[in-house]
Design a protein around this ligand. Structure first.
Ligand SMILES: [Zn+2]
Length: 652
């Protein structure tokens, strides 16, 4: 590969690749799919990228559909520039819905085509034929679809074939630039974490690892996410827009176009979360927009000009009004135009704002220019060609150490035994009763500090999805439930969970028995909360525990925690004086004794340690008894890298 000048494409400049560059668009892959597969242990390569790679949440183009995003990625510009804003638009001249899957509708050059013209060896492999035609526009290079190579369209094999072919070609012919784009067949059918989804990502992971080993700079992103568009019984939530508008305004006055419509109906029955409305009389806009906006189930109703500006849409291929349905709702035209019998499972679809966030992962270090503030999936080639540190090794080589805390299994078992046996009397400690009663003054101080922490916590969890680790008897679950949206409360002790469940009845709380030390998060939350738990995590498992928290958080999500300060009067009157050894003896009301882990952290030292490993936030003292902290998830977790763990073990 000779060193050449940068190539300008659609007003952006791209450096000539010094090593092969592979951009992969994993159709319909939200972070949740990757996290689940990584946490389940079936996708070791993705896991190593999530841990050690450069990982960001990126915005996809709206509508969050396949073609607008694939074309944005290969052109490096939004739909306003390249013209592909969905599968269909309404031609106002002829009043006919026009399908935009022919290259003649594409208004921009593609990055692969431009590099091929400059002499680069370029390969594009995609799942379906409809997309291949668009992607091959102007391309002098190999552009194939798995569908055309005889793979079944309604199968996971279609996507696996794309990546396998890519990996084979990379090994045999080492193209300079490669674009691989899969199908979202699996994601339409199966939610993140399902065995089918994990199995799919396991197969994908293997091929991605091959590509990585070939020495290429590898970018993995997606065209859109995917949401369950159903009510709790699994029935699709559909707003039939045309039917509604006809009822409001009479037939013939409006025309609803669903840009998701395509020949592959079994995926979604032409039901997505984005629609365009075209009006006979545009002055109706002022009447329709507010009327639609008041409907439940819609995230956004915008008139043409605002929509085009806000989402960078092509003016002549965007309706007079655009509508985005929310995360659990799709938009249809008329009931008789959607054959729901084609759906093979509860409807999962995309198109709206809820499916806009996608992951973007790099297997190399990225040197970010300071002007970059927001990440778009269509910057994938730009980052790979201009910002990747191509002299560095793949981050996979940074290792995927699965270090375990050595030698503390016995202590952990004893601790759990104590904790389970203590369930019925646990609250006495918190409520300062029985052996913990140290008088009214002490109790007042204790509860003042609790109240201060509570007032900090409440706004943080308001409206949020919360994962509570080691939730215990529910003293804090109840506080969380007052303002949060939903809680998954996890605890290793069923005895604790049943007390928690009886304490207050809330439909918001779901309970799950699992040992936090070995549990791999099965949900991705806005907030991970744990109280009086970190002090029971052995120092050898500190990094691993925080990695679990990292995996359970959405990008930008926060951990909130509360724990004990080193304060002798916190413990029972008949307990031995507390010490800083990390292990204390605890007694139950019946006299049984146990040794458990109890680490006392000094707030500023704990804060420093977490910030060192990439978390951002603070840890404070509430006065005498407690520390509490708020930490924002790092972009990537290096906190459990092997070097860290070795240092950790050596220290302790
Ligand atoms: Zn897609």
């Amino acid at each position: 590969m000779s060193r050449q000048c940068p190539i300008a494409v659609n007003g952006r400049e791209y450096q000539w690749p010094r090593r092969p560059v592979v951009v992969t668009c994993l159709d319909g892959s939200s972070f949740e799919y990757l996290f689940h597969a990584a946490a389940a242990g079936v996708a070791p390569f993705l896991r190593s990228l999530l841990k050690n790679g450069f990982v960001r949440a990126a915005e996809s183009a709206i509508p969050s559909f396949t073609n607008p995003n694939n074309l944005s990625i290969v052109t490096g510009v939004p739909p306003s520039r390249h013209g592909i804003a969905g599968n269909f638009f309404l031609d106002r001249e002829t009043n006919r819905a026009v399908m935009m899957n022919d290259p003649c509708f594409l208004r921009a050059d593609t990055i692969p085509a431009a590099f091929a013209r400059a002499g680069a060896k370029v390969v594009i492999i995609t799942a379906k034929e409809k997309l291949r035609r668009l992607l091959s526009a102007g391309l002098d290079g190999l552009c194939v679809s798995a569908e055309n190579e005889g793979q079944p369209v309604y199968s996971s094999i279609l996507s696996e074939h794309v990546l396998r072919r890519g990996a084979e070609l990379m090994a045999s012919t080492a193209p300079d630039l490669m674009y691989l784009s899969t199908s979202d067949y699996v994601q339409h059918l199966f939610p993140p974490g399902s065995s089918e989804a994990n199995q799919f990502y396991a197969a994908i992971d293997e091929q991605l690892a091959h590509l990585d080993r070939s020495g290429a700079t590898l970018v993995i992103t997606a065209d859109h996410g995917m949401s369950a568009k159903t009510d709790p019984d699994g029935r699709p939530r559909i707003i039939f827009l045309q039917q509604l508008l006809d009822a409001w305004l009479g037939t013939g006055n409006t025309r609803v176009i669903l840009p998701i419509t395509d020949p592959y109906v079994a995926h979604h029955g032409s039901l997505g979360s984005f629609a365009c409305i075209y009006l006979e009389d545009r002055s109706l806009t002022a009447e329709i927009v507010p009327r639609l906006s008041s409907l439940p189930g819609l995230d956004l109703v915008l008139e043409h000009d605002i929509a085009c500006r806000q989402f960078e849409l092509p003016e002549d291929r965007t309706g007079d009004i655009i509508v985005c349905a929310n995360h659990e709702t799709v938009l249809g035209t008329h009931p008789h135009e959607h054959d729901l019998s084609v759906l093979r499972s509860p409807l999962r679809s995309h198109g709206g704002l809820a499916e806009r966030e996608v992951p973007i992962l790099f297997n190399r270090r990225i040197r970010l220019p300071s002007q970059v503030k927001r990440f778009k999936n269509y910057d994938a080639f730009w980052f790979a060609l201009n910002c990747a540190d191509d002299k560095s090794d793949s981050v996979r080589l940074a290792g995927s150490g699965e270090g375990k805390g050595p030698g503390d299994d016995h202590l952990i078992r004893q601790q759990l035994g104590y904790y389970r046996a203590r369930a019925p009397e646990y609250d006495q400690w918190f409520l300062r009763q029985g052996r913990y009663d140290r008088g009214p003054k002490h109790r007042a101080e204790w509860f003042n500090e609790i109240a201060a922490i509570e007032s900090t916590l409440s706004p943080i969890v308001a409206g949020k999805e919360v994962l509570e680790l080691a939730c215990g008897t529910g003293l804090w679950t109840e506080v969380l439930a007052k303002s949060c949206k939903r809680i998954l409360a996890v605890d290793a002790a069923p005895e604790m969970l049943s007390i928690n469940e009886r304490r207050f009845q809330s439909h918001k709380v779901e309970y799950y028995v699992a040992d936090v030390f070995s549990w791999k998060p099965t949900i991705i939350a806005d907030v991970v909360f744990f109280s009086f738990w970190l002090s029971h995590v052995p120092p050898t498992r500190f990094e691993e525990f925080w990695y679990t928290v990292f995996c359970a958080l959405k990008p930008g999500g926060v951990a909130f925690f509360i724990d004990s300060l080193f304060e002798p009067t916190s413990t029972a009157v008949d307990h031995a004086q507390i010490n800083n050894s990390g292990v204390v003896r605890r007694k139950l009301n019946d006299g049984r004794e146990f040794e458990i882990v109890k680490m006392f952290y000094e707030p500023s030292a704990l804060q420093h340690r977490l910030i060192e490993s990439g978390w951002k936030g603070w840890v404070r003292s509430s006065g005498k008894f407690f520390l509490y902290g708020l930490m924002t998830r790092p972009e990537t977790s290096e906190s459990s890298s092997p070097s860290h763990q070795q240092r950790e073990s050596a220290d302790s």
